[in-house]
Design a binder for this molecule. Structure first.
Ligand code: PLP
Length: 465
């Protein structure tokens, strides 16, 4: 029996499956009235139209309507049609509008930009321009690598700002670095890699997805010069947050950078460079991407999640030429493609200069916030050390002796402040002194002062202050 959609002044799914179509139809209309999908007063299609939609004899529908009118579920008048009777309909609540999950009142967890600073007007204007000039075909599935406009704009931007050697053909757009990493791991495994070496401090989500890809994860320690890369076995891949280690906040030293590039060029190591916040350096010009030193061996990954908003889900990979086709095939197979319109809009924002202007504004704002964080900690009776280079969206606040990390995080929560301890980002087998990873970009500007004051009160050793 056919399965159809019939129009009842809205859509109602009517499925005629049994050998008794009239009974089926009656049952389903009753049920729809009972559970509120058909509300009192809702008009039903004519018996002729519904019979056509459901591929039934008109009489079958007409008899079902007569029965439902006789029972009082429906009302009908000649010339006026058929509708759901007032008195018979139970009226359960309409489906409730789902509220967005409530964010914590104060939030200093790392990983978020100040989303209240999203350049809404510039984005809307760029979207309008992009859509006005987009061809019809550019709204289709398009090139599986991502929109040529965006890949071209990024090739220029990444070369200019991060020194990346990026030909548009080697760029693949994906819904964030997270998916990019997933695709790369999948491809590395297919090409015979068995292990990825990751920094001993990093995002647990990323470790988890690497493991799920079938690659084994081993971790290397991180000191004040960045990740220790000397012991990476030949043949293993290596993931680095070279410009600004997440979460410890150190930069990979020149010696380590050379060692990493040497590994890549001589030992067949594929390097993955996660440049998640590379645009944000406050004390001097940011060190350029490692990728430029060995573009045939380094996969460069970048994202709009820190510069614009994580909700955009836009990231990019710059790949060594021999990997492009495999990564594109994996991306197509995943079925997860970023929205064409968002890609065109970002391309327009970059080429019109709006993206640069936004980054410059944010850089200034985040630099001030970092300075305020440092100053607030310095004013304390026993000041905790704020470590990590002046860059990015987070800093490490080392807790004073006698202050327990987990207890501090719990105390902060009781004061309405969400904060992460370093333990959250520590891989098994690594240990460091207790610390908080403070994401100073997370709160909106209006809440930043209160968030800092609360932080200060909760990192105070007991009895001090
Ligand atoms: C180290 C690191 N890399 C990359 C990202 C960005 O991931 P995505 O582009 O999937 O939002 C994050 C986000 O928190 C991160 O912490």
């Amino acid at each position: 029996m056919p399965v159809s959609w019939a129009t009842f002044g809205g859509d109602l799914h009517v499925e005629i499956t049994g050998a008794r179509p009239r009974q089926d139809l009656e049952d389903q209309v009753r049920q729809a009235i009972r559970d509120g999908r058909l509300r009192p007063g809702a008009r039903l299609p004519s018996s002729r139209q519904l019979a056509r939609d459901l591929q039934l004899a008109r009489n079958t529908v007409a008899h079902a309507y007569d029965q439902l009118v006789a029972e009082g579920w429906l009302a009908a008048r000649s010339g006026a049609g058929t509708w759901v009777a007032e008195h018979h309909a139970s009226s359960p609540e309409r489906p409730k509008r789902l509220d967005e999950p409530r964010p914590p009142r104060l939030d200093l967890r790392p990983g978020h930009p100040d989303v209240s600073a999203f350049p809404r007007s510039a984005w809307l204007a760029a979207a309008r321009r992009a859509l006005a000039s987009a061809s019809h075909t550019s709204l289709g599935y398009g090139d599986p690598r991502g929109h040529p406009e965006l890949r071209t704009a990024l090739a220029e931007y990444l070369g200019r700002v991060r020194g990346v050697l990026a030909a548009p053909d080697h760029i693949v757009i994906c819904p964030g670095v997270t998916q990019g990493l997933q695709l790369v791991c999948e491809v590395l495994r297919e090409r015979g890699a068995s292990r990825l070496v990751m920094e001993g401090y990093g995002h647990p989500l990323h470790r988890g997805l690497v493991e799920r890809s079938g690659l084994a994860v081993s971790t290397t320690d991180v000191d004040e010069q960045g990740a220790i890369v000397d012991d990476v076995p030949p043949g293993d891949a290596l993931l680095l947050t070279a410009a600004h280690q997440f979460p410890l906040g150190v930069a990979l030293s020149p010696v380590r950078r050379r060692a990493a590039v040497h590994l890549a060029t001589t030992a067949g190591t594929i390097l993955i460079e996660d440049d998640y916040d590379g645009e944000f350096r406050y004390d001097r010009t940011a060190v350029g991407a490692l990728q430029a030193l060995a573009p045939d061996h380094v996969i460069y990954a970048g994202t709009a999640s820190k510069s614009l908003a994580p909700g955009l889900r836009l990231g990019w990979l710059v790949l060594p030429a021999p990997m492009v086709d495999d990564v594109v095939a994996a991306k197509q197979a995943s079925g997860r493609l970023p929205s064409s319109i968002e890609q065109l809009t970002l391309a327009e924002l970059i080429t019109s200069g709006g993206y640069d202007r936004h980054i410059r504004r944010l850089r200034l704002a985040y630099r001030r916030r970092r300075d305020r964080l440092v100053a607030t900690m310095e004013q304390m009776a026993s000041p905790p050390r704020v470590t990590g280079i002046a860059a990015g969206l987070h800093a490490l606040v080392e807790l004073p002796p006698g202050v327990d990390e987990a207890e501090t995080v719990a105390r902060a929560a009781r004061h309405g402040l969400a904060i992460d301890g370093l333990t959250t980002y520590t891989a098994p087998g690594h240990t460091r002194a207790p610390a908080l990873v403070v994401g100073y970009s997370t709160p909106p500007e209006s809440m930043f002062g209160t968030a800092l004051a609360t932080l200060r009160s909760v990192v105070q050793p007991r009895g001090a202050g």
